[in-house]
Design a protein around this ligand. Structure first.
Ligand code: ADP
Ligand code: MG
Length: 233
């Protein structure tokens, strides 16, 4: 299955996997992602929403659009069929206007996840050291304060423990001022799983799980992006 997703992208001459494809790959590697399906029409978006259960989230599905929210391409908390239909029209119209050349596949339909502490896991490749994993807190903390930690792949459990504790915002994960204390061991295991995935898939050039919602009993990635190396390795 991993091979199939990558082969399809290669056949189409793409190195960018869509959110749906990226989540498929990661889910096969045992990484917990929110169930996400591609709808290629408004009717399909409505019926998939019913199957997944409301409330749902709709996002633009296109390998050519990397920052979906910037393109008006994300609608959260849709409570019924009518809201889903409207969101389908709004999202595809906004994307066509902002990116007239993008190939739009439709929309990704997924369940609205319960809020948690937002964290991110990323992987990029260093010319000298090879794959490097990054861990940080989501949103403003990573964008403005660059509060992140790095370790080389492959990651041992001990490295993962150090990574999680190595960020300044670590107290937020322990439950700050009544916030939810998240399950640290789950995040450590998740980092090790991502490291294993990267090791087994040298064709993956970049990986972004942003954000992951961390909870007291686990964690769930709600957005994912995988980029492949230009040529097969
Ligand atoms: P972008 O391409 O802009 O990064 P995201 O898929 O990350 O788009 O969605 C933007 C934001 O919407 C996320 O940072 C998250 O806060 C929220 N979000 C995305 N998917 C879900 C979901 N399934 N459930 C709840 N919130 C979500
Ligand atoms: Mg995102």
């Amino acid at each position: 299955m991993t091979g199939q997703v990558i082969a399809k992208a290669r056949n189409e001459g793409r190195t960018v996997l869509t959110e749906v494809e990226s989540k498929q790959l990661l889910s096969q590697a045992g990484i917990n992602v929110v169930e996400t399906r591609l709808a290629t029409s408004k009717e399909e978006a409505v019926s998939l929403s019913g199957e997944l259960g409301f409330p749902v989230v709709l996002k633009i599905a296109s390998a050519d659009i990397v920052h979906k929210s910037d393109a008006g391409g994300v609608k959260l908390g849709l409570e019924n069929a009518q809201a889903v239909g409207q969101a389908y029209d709004d999202i595809t119209a906004a994307a066509r206007q902002k990116y007239p050349k993008a190939k739009i596949l439709g929309v990704a339909v997924q369940k609205m996840a319960r809020p948690g502490v937002e964290v991110i896991i990323g992987m990029s490749k260093d010319d000298q050291f090879g794959p490097v994993l990054m861990f940080g807190l989501g949103g403003v903390l990573v964008e403005v304060l660059k509060d992140v930690s790095f370790r080389l792949v492959p990651l041992a459990k001990r490295d993962a423990a150090e990574m999680v504790r190595g960020i300044k915002g670590y107290p937020l994960l322990e439950g700050y001022r009544g916030g939810e204390a998240v399950k640290i061991s789950y995040l450590e295991n998740l980092l090790v799983k991502v490291s294993d995935f990267v090791e087994k898939n040298p064709e993956v050039k970049e990986l972004d799980l942003n954000p992951i919602f961390a909870y007291s009993d686990g964690a769930l990635a709600v957005d994912a992006r995988v980029i492949l190396e230009k040529s097969q390795k």
